[in-house]
Structure formats: C-alpha cells, structure tokens
Design a protein around this ligand. Structure first.
Ligand SMILES: C[S@@+](CC[C@H](N)C(=O)[O-])C[C@H]1O[C@@H](n2cnc3c(N)ncnc32)[C@H](O)[C@@H]1O
Length: 512
C-alpha cells in the first residue's frame, strides 16, 4: 500500500474553495450528491453547511477519513454504483500514470472506461471525470477542481471528446498558478459541466490572473466578475478533436488570421518544421565537470578537443552574450590517452569521476570523459549560422521569446533547442529569426504552444509546429518586405538599436 501523501494525490481543498464550488450547484438541496474521493471531508462539510444532506462519499485511504461523516472506504475506480446522481463535486486525485502505485495501475488496466479513453500518458484524474459523467443523471452537474492540463494536452483528446459527446460546459474558472494547495505551484481550473442532450449553451469563462492567495474577499470579487481581478468572457462550446482554448473572440480571431496567412492550401498551414531542421541540444550529463575555466592554459590536443557552447542564459531576443568552453573529446581514446594527451582535462574530470560514472547513461557504455548523449551532433556540426531558443520560457511579464541568431562554430546543450534552415528553404535565416521573435509567433505560442502554467516549453515537436509565413518569391512586394526585414535584422545585430525591431514588426505586419 502507498505510504506517503503524493501516492494517493492527497491535496485537501480549502473550505473557502469548496464553498465557492458548492455555490455553483443549481440543483435543489434535496438532490443526490456524490463526492468520489472525499479525503477528510471538506466538500461534505461545505455541502452540509449549504443545506445538502443526501450525500454519498468515497475515499480509498481509511486513515484520512473523518469519522464525522458517512464515507465508504473503497476505490471509486472499481465501485459498482447502481445509483445516478444530480451533482458530483470534488477534487479528484491528480497523479501521472508513471507515478502511480502498481496496485492503482492494475486497477486501471481492468477499467473499461480507462482502456477506452486513456493511455499511459494520461492522468489518474481522468478516470474520475469519465466515471463521474457516467454516474450523472440527465441534466446532472459535475463540478471539479483539477490541474488545467487535460483541457489542452494531446493525449486527453478522447476524454475531451467524451465530455463533448455527453454534455456541455457551463462555467470554467481558470486560476493561473494561484496558490490554492499548500506547496504546489500549478495552474488550476474549476469547471461546471452538465450532462445533457441540449448542448447549444455558451460557456462562461472567468480568468483569474492575479496569482494571489484566495481570501473570501478575493473570491467574492471573482463571483461578482470584478473587472479588476478577473477577465470574463463567453465562449461557444468546444469542438470535437480540438484542444480547448480559453481565449476571447479577439484572440481567437488573431490566431485564426495568423494561421490563415500561413496557409498552403485550404486545410493546412505551413509549419516551421517543413522549412527547418530542429534539434534538442547535447547532454554532457554533468555540465560543471566539462566546463573549462578561462584561466586554464590548454595544450594543442586540448584546444582541438573543445567546443564553444551557448547556454540558455546567454540567449537574448535576436543575439547572444557569452559562450562557455566545454571539454569535448570527439575520438575514442583510453584513460591512458586522456592522462597523457589531455592532462588538464583529466585533472578537471577526475575530480568528478564518481558522479560522472554514475550519470544516467541512456543504456550505453560511456567512459567518464565522454558526453552521455550527443543527440543531433551531425546537425549541430554543420558550418552554418542557426537559431537557438531556450527550451522553456516563463511568459508572464514578457512580450517576447528569445530566439537568437548564433554564428557557425557554437553548440547547444540540453537547455537549448537549435533551428537550422533546410537546404530547399528560400527565406533567409534572418527573416525566420524575425518571424520567430515577432508578436505573431509570441501570441500564437502563448495560446497554442505546449504550456505548464505560465511556462511555454520548447522541444522539437512544438517548435516544428509553429505556423510559418513563407514568402511568395514571385511577388515583388513580398520579396521587398523579406529583404528589408533581413537588412534591418542585420542592422539590429550590429547596432542593437531598438528602432530596427519596431520597423521589423511593422514590415511583418504587412505580411499578415
Ligand atoms: C486531491 S485529494 C482531495 C481530497 C478531497 N476531495 C478534498 O478536496 O479535500 C484526492 C483524494 O482522493 C483520494 N483517492 C485517491 N485515489 C482514490 C480512489 N481510487 N478512490 C477514492 N479516493 C481516492 C486520496 O486519498 C485523496 O484523499
């Protein structure tokens, strides 16, 4: 049996939040209510306080059950329920499949719902949503607080389709990394979903962006749609097979227009991955052991076995600052060779020998002076300029990402994604750089990129999926715009004068 709290996903909901959610219920106080994973009973307490008394509750962990309430100590996943409910409310456990205890995994493997709608990239909370919907009466309400991931992640698309098939969303409250659960920084949503055959309702979407601890005062402001603390807008019901985007009409139009302008034909837009090769940086496995201090005098062999790395922290919008020299012995050598030909490197590496030997080795036999994973070395070793971007970027209080022009001869490590022009691509690398640093790509990625809360993640797939505005080289005006953009990027790289960036943005605007 699991022993510590995260193995059951035990994060208790503050009473104020339970009250906020209970007040979303539209059904009568006599209605049948289910709390499928009640923990120590915060929702039951709130339901009682609000006059609901016909409550069924489950909890898997007997040690946590509050004796005051009538709780069935069973796993909700396997419960055989004959009753249907008017309301299902709660905070289901949120645990990634890979972190689930084996007995919980085995239970899921025996669940038809899980097998039909989820896979091993899905989360434990998904089964609670699916099963809850099954157990709702027609016009019954599901009110849950969960992390936001399932609303946009690719692997939850079957869950989303199931929800759309069986009902509609009435409210979605989005709490952007607001600290609701102690010690957890995560973006949360509270949603109210109605199981129904009538689905043509609008969704009321409320975004609370202040990230402040939620006092009753603050929650009252949210309830009253106070424009100083929340952004409120109405959304049409989501569409099957799409991720749910919590954006207002203006943003939606912006995204549609941007994608439209990148279209190659009626159904597909061009993507960066069709025009550029993209690679995750190389992994040394222990950077501090491989980084060469500036004051060390290297012999000729050592100088030849060194690469210059641009770390994520040196990346700025358009240009980079310092590079860091790394030991990089590109040939197969023995430890004796290392000692004899690379004495300074040996002295540096041997200090970390234990750690180096114990690095995660990707299942290969690796000597302690070697990098553990070179990934796309052939791509990186080309004699050409390219673009680097940090593999994650927090977007709050920022208006741009840091796509950076990098000259030939510099390498990326795992904190960086590198973008190289494909041979057939006619656009100049500096045009691609300007496009990637534009407000168009920034706003698109903020909505459609891979995000964890406020952090946009760049790995090969999401970068390759960025819509690409190709140039029609038969159109003189487009060619002129392209060439002017390239010229101004060149001038910015030399002078760092901001006015070039403003001008580049205005040139790009003409392409959209
Ligand atoms: C995020 S906590 C929320 C607890 C409570 N609903 C609240 O909001 O305070 C999730 C709860 O689900 C319980 N749990 C985990 N797996 C369960 C299962 N298969 N069936 C029932 N409860 C489960 C955990 O022990 C934990 O108490």
């Amino acid at each position: 049996m699991p022993k510590h709290k995260n193995q059951y996903g035990q994060y208790m909901t503050p009473l104020l939040i339970c009250d906020f959610m209970v007040e979303l219920i539209s059904h009568h106080k006599t209605s049948a209510v289910l709390e499928p994973s009640c923990g120590d009973g915060a929702f039951i307490e709130s339901l009682n306080k609000h006059g609901f008394f016909n409550i069924t509750a489950y909890e898997i962990d007997k040690e946590i059950i509050n004796g005051k309430y009538n709780v069935k100590c069973e796993s909700f996943v396997s419960v055989q329920e004959n009753n249907l409910y008017d309301v299902i409310i709660g905070n289901p456990p949120y645990i990634r499949w890979k972190n689930l205890e084996n007995n919980l995994k085995d239970e899921l493997k025996n669940s038809d719902l899980w097998n039909q709608y989820c896979n091993c990239l899905c989360d434990y909370s998904n089964i609670f949503i699916l099963k809850a919907i099954k157990l709702l009466k027609d016009e019954g309400e599901l009110i849950f607080i969960t992390p936001e991931y399932w609303i946009s992640s690719t692997h939850a698309f079957k869950l989303r389709n199931f929800m759309l098939e069986h009902g509609y969303f009435e409210n979605i409250y989005y709490f952007n990394e607001t600290p609701i659960f102690k010690g957890v920084t995560i973006s949360l949503v509270i949603f109210k979903y109605v199981k129904s055959k009538h689905k043509n309702h609008a969704i009321k979407c409320v975004k609370y962006l202040a990230k402040k601890r939620l006092s009753s005062d603050e929650l009252n402001k949210i309830k009253n749609n106070d424009p100083l603390v929340v952004e409120v807008f109405s959304l049409p019901q989501f569409k099957t097979n799409e991720s749910f985007m919590l954006i207002d009409n203006k943003q939606r139009q912006f995204i549609t227009n941007y994608e439209q302008k990148c279209r190659l034909n009626s159904c597909e837009y061009a993507k960066l991955g069709d025009y550029c090769d993209i690679g995750n940086g190389m992994v040394s496995g222990l950077d501090k052991a491989f980084q060469i201090q500036k004051d060390i005098r290297l012999n000729t062999y050592e100088q030849q076995a060194m690469i210059k790395v641009i770390k994520a922290k040196a990346l700025q919008e358009y240009y980079h600052t310092v590079s860091t020299p790394y030991i990089f012995i590109d040939k197969k050598i023995s430890e004796n060779d290392l000692i004899k030909f690379y004495p300074n490197y040996y002295a540096m590496l041997v200090k970390y020998k234990d750690q180096l030997v114990n690095r995660y080795n990707y299942g290969r036999d690796i000597n302690y002076w070697e990098w553990v994973f070179l990934r796309n070395y052939t791509l990186f070793n080309q004699d050409c300029a390219k673009i680097f971007v940090p593999c994650k970027e927090r977007v709050s209080n920022k208006n741009n990402f840091r796509f950076t022009f990098v000259e030939s001869g510099f390498f990326p490590t795992q904190d960086v994604i590198a973008i190289y022009k494909k041979a057939h691509t006619k656009e100049h690398l500096l045009y691609i750089l300007a496009l990637l640093n534009s407000s168009y790509v920034f706003n698109w990625l903020k909505v459609k990129g891979v995000k964890k809360g406020d952090i946009v993640e760049f790995s090969v797939r999401p970068v390759a999926a960025i819509p690409y505005r190709s140039i029609n080289f038969n159109d003189q005006n487009e060619v002129y715009i392209h060439d002017s953009i390239v010229e101004h990027v060149q001038m910015f790289l030399t002078t760092k004068q901001q006015e070039h960036l403003t001008y580049i943005e205005s040139l790009l605007k003409q392409l959209f």
